[in-house]
Design a protein around this ligand. Structure first.
Ligand SMILES: CC(C)(COP(=O)(O)OP(=O)(O)OC[C@H]1O[C@@H](n2cnc3c(N)ncnc32)[C@H](O)[C@@H]1OP(=O)(O)O)[C@@H](O)C(=O)NCCC(=O)NCCS
Length: 339
């Protein structure tokens, strides 16, 4: 047996988010358009979900093209060149190619120098999952700069006649560039608190697999997402506030230290319930991007951060709590510094 010592990659270091960017599809879909296909009303959708409009992608606005646009903005925001990127992580459940990955195509089209690239599937927790992986890579020295992208075209997998989901899901992409912090005092990504609860696999899921969708008796269709809204709502409102609290504790901070709260944009009422349970001080700015963006799953958190920076609700250097949760059920939350 060889006794040689395997050399560690590098000394452990700290990580932070260096830049954020988003892409919002050009077509705005109003509640009036949604209710042409379901028995509902603009008022019901607004009061039950907080959604006034959402955006659906055109044929030209693909998972790859939206990701590229978001990643290019994030790289420019970070002041990082594509050749400095060592890894691209794409979180999506709506890239319609099982292989090759969206990440490999994006890494190439971004102009990286053959960066490592892979996709992950963690639904609406996907951005926080990807951020955690990226942070650990940078801290361990396996990558210098990592581009994390959350991207969805949920309109492809939404049954426009299903009143429990048709008004909710939307399209878009958000990206972050993760890189080294100057030292431990500059660390910008706290420990992740994450997990899964496969006992509740059925609460939000793709109704049928691709083979069944193709063999459908009415002819080939896209598979569709189905959701039991009320149990998901209760789980998210109560269980996720506990996870958010654990993420604060893991980072050694309290709600009084926070400037910004960016939960996954699932439903405005879930956001409000979490904020109440966490007893967030009035001055903490709360992301409400869902009003005009709908639920964009893995893209929702970076898109919401980008919007808050644009409107001035969040400032560079602010301390933020982010938490993603969704189909699986899966969840992940961490404390970050806004880049
Ligand atoms: C989908 C959601 C908005 C529905 O709101 P809700 O308050 O739970 O609504 P319920 O399913 O309990 O239904 C309440 C009533 O509204 C009706 N209703 C359901 N969908 C409706 C619609 N689209 N339009 C009008 N009425 C509707 C129901 O029939 C029910 O009527 P009843 O009281 O006469 O029986 C909410 O459950 C939700 O946001 N869940 C979580 C979604 C989510 O976050 N998913 C992704 C997680 S990542």
């Amino acid at each position: 047996m060889s006794k040689v010592t395997i050399q560690a990659a590098r000394e452990p270091r700290s990580s932070r988010i260096l830049g954020i960017g988003g892409y919002r599809p050009s077509r705005v879909v109003t509640n009036a358009e949604i209710i042409e296909h379901i028995d509902s009303s603009d008022e019901w959708i607004r009061t039950r979900s907080g959604i006034e409009s959402r955006r659906w992608a055109s044929d030209e606005e693909t998972v790859v093209s939206m990701s590229l646009a978001a990643a290019q903005k994030a790289l420019a925001d970070a002041g990082v060149q594509p050749e400095q990127v060592d890894c691209v992580i794409v979180s999506t459940v709506t890239h319609l190619y099982q292989t090759p990955s969206a990440a490999a195509e994006i890494a190439h089209k971004l102009g990286t120098n053959k960066a490592a690239a892979f996709d992950i599937s963690a639904a609406c927790a996907g951005f926080c999952y990807g951020l955690s992986l990226a942070s650990d890579m940078v801290r361990a020295g396996t990558a210098g700069h990592v581009v994390v992208i959350g991207v969805e075209r949920l309109s492809d997998l939404t049954d426009k006649t299903d009143r429990s989901t048709a008004f909710l899901f939307a399209d878009g992409a958000g990206a972050a560039v993760v890189g080294p912090a100057a030292g431990p005092a500059e660390a910008g990504i706290g420990p992740v608190v994450w997990g899964s609860d496969g006992e509740h696999l059925d609460l939000i899921k793709q109704r049928e697999d691709w083979r069944d969708a193709l063999r459908n008796e009415i002819g080939p269709t896209m598979p569709h997402l189905v959701m039991q809204g009320n149990p998901v709502f209760r789980w998210a409102s109560y269980e996720m506030a506990k996870v958010a609290q654990e993420a604060l504790t893991a980072a050694g901070v309290t709600v009084d230290d926070l400037d910004v709260f960016v939960p996954h944009q699932a439903n405005m009422r879930i956001t409000d319930a979490m904020a109440r349970t966490l007893k967030l001080p009035e001055r903490v700015a709360i992301a409400r991007d869902i009003a005009t963006q709908g639920n964009t799953s893995a893209a929702s958190i970076p898109l919401a951060i980008e919007r808050m920076l644009e409107t001035g609700e969040a400032q560079s250097g602010d301390l933020a709590l982010i938490i993603g949760f969704g189909a699986g059920l899966v969840y992940a939350g961490q404390v970050i510094r806004i880049p």
